[in-house]
Design a protein around this ligand. Sequence first.
Ligand SMILES: [Zn+2]
Length: 356
Amino acid sequence: MSAPLPVADPVALTRALVDIESVSGDEKEITDAVELALRTAGHLTVDRVGNVVRAYTTNGRPQRVILAGHLDTVPVHDNLPSTVDGDVMYGCGTADMKSGSAIALHLAVTETQPVFDVTYLFYDCEEVDDERNGLRKISDSHPDWLRADFAILLEPTYGRVEAGCQGTLRVHVRTDGRRAHAARSWLGVNAIHGAGAVLRRLEEYQARRPVIDGCEFHEGLNAVAIRGGVAGNVIPDSCEIEVNHRFAPDRTPEQALDHVREVFAGYHLDVVDAVAGALPGLEAPAARDFLAAVAEPPLAKLGWTDVARFAALGIPALNFGPGDPNLAHTREEHVEMSKIVQAADVVRRWLRADPR
Ligand SMILES: [Zn+2]
């Protein structure tokens, strides 16, 4: 059993969490330490299922908010234990996202009278396949744990609010032809040549950039693979272009598919997969107060994140954390300690309704 976590100081706490190695699938030790720290706080009720821990206040407040963070990291790459150079802490998980989870743990233990009731969630296996994701498992087995009016995921955003996320859709667009011997090609119809018209539609495509709740999204429609051809002496009768569509969250997957069908009108189209995005949800009262505390305009989240899980449950959610998202999963991963202090201060002022 290691020493108790230094919960009073979010920077020291970040370092302590970073130095407990917790690559996905190996989170027992860090979850034990986090659970123990939460159980020292008399104002919290604590539950655990597997390596997911929930701690929550029951102060009878009119709104409940969630602060959530994963405890796992990608595989270590000669970057543990942590090191410090000036204001910068280096090490696996410093940015993604032990600095964020440390802020949640620090506030869980130190803020006894927040203006909202707060549920703190720490979970495992975020960096691996969806079916192992601790937050996904809990949303299936204990959906009541996720009941809230608003949620913040403390993933790295470098101190900005990143809200919502784009949906994703893949289709196969097929062109048909007629086989013939290459020596008498005029007797056939070349399906690969037919793909040219499909590719031109993609080239000429003007992607939307809708602004939703003040966040500018940026859609995309792109060929990501192409397959065709029978043999070196045969005019091909079929060609298939795989197209990836990233769509803003003002469209459902069905609406996005209708749009893609319009773009490729006249062609046969098979759907490979479709995943909904998430609206920014910045109109929720708790979200507006949080934006005021951050005092910087929000950005659109373009990739898919666990925020969409909350959105699917009808809970507006956003990302906010001290780490730089561009450093996540890199060997030189690091976080500025002053950023940890600033981000902790923003969330603390919000929990105290202290606009300053
Ligand atoms: Zn992460």
